[in-house]
Write a protein that binds this ligand. Structure first.
Ligand code: AP5
Length: 214
């Protein structure tokens, strides 16, 4: 199954994608979680040419240009592990990206994570991320057991630069202007599924399973 996870920053797309991979595995479907944000952050950490190009853009809460992002996803989806299905988290984010994707992959469903701005601000304000394995924590809802240390791999837990208040405001503006139009775009194609992303993680998982008939 080729799935897209759509929604505002901090809606919980990455958190649910990690769980959805396990749910689909139980159904016998191996789907990699492909997050363009994670790919960019890994490139930044590695100080690769891509990382050096995108760091300032991401830290400011703006979007990386369409051509770079489309090419990255086109190459990623061509790899063997994505041939039987994938969860695309954070792509497409513009109509141009969605149109390009339609040219190289057929999407089965688009899961739209529905949450108001107040929920976004609460989630991003408390988010902490493991620098090594990428696991998401939250200082209220899901604290690491030891301060600053990942429960899963012992890596350093840090605050993303783009979770600073100015960058979060910019990301919300960018989301409304450039990404939210994808909701209608995919609804018109009868591909959209709305998931209420406001409740606790376990309930969002149930909402997701129910909406996909899993
Ligand atoms: P990206 O990493 O994709 O950022 P985003 O879409 O803004 O999404 P987030 O990762 O911030 O949030 P999320 O929805 O995954 O929430 P999470 O699960 O972490 O992109 C970063 C940047 O890269 C972009 O700004 C852009 O510059 C660039 N980029 C990426 N893709 C691009 C593209 N296609 N085109 C151009 N540029 C691109 O959860 C948030 C917090 O809430 C966590 O702390 C979590 O523990 C907690 N939480 C989650 N769910 C719940 C719940 N149900 N209850 C309580 N807490 C919860």
């Amino acid at each position: 199954m080729n799935l897209i996870f759509l929604g505002p920053p901090g809606a919980g797309k990455g958190t649910l994608a990690a769980k959805a991979v396990d749910i689909l595995k139980l159904q016998g479907v191996l789907s990699p979680h492909i997050s363009t944000g994670n790919i960019f952050r890994a490139a930044i950490a590695a100080k690769s040419p891509l990382g050096l190009k995108v760091k300032a853009i991401i830290d400011a809460g703006k979007l990386v240009d369409d051509d770079t992002t489309i090419e990255l996803v086109r190459e990623r989806l061509a790899r063997d592990d994505a041939k039987k299905g994938y969860i695309l988290d954070g792509f497409p984010r513009t109509i141009a990206q969605a149109e390009a994707l339609a040219g190289f992959s057929a999407v089965d469903k688009v899961v739209n994570f529905d949450i108001p701005d107040s929920g976004v601000l609460e989630r991003l304000g408390g988010r902490r991320v493991c620098r090594k394995c990428g696991h998401n924590f939250h200082m209220i809802f899901d604290r690491p057991k030891a301060e600053g240390v990942c429960d899963h791999c012992g890596g350093e837990v840090y605050t993303r630069d783009d979770d600073k208040p100015e960058a979060v405001q910019k990301r919300l503006e960018v989301y409304r202007a450039q990404t939210a139009p994808l909701i209608d775009y995919y609804r018109k194609q009868d591909l959209l599924i709305d998931v209420d992303a406001r409740p606790a993680v376990d309930q969002v998982v149930e909402n997701f399973k129910h909406s996909l008939g899993l």
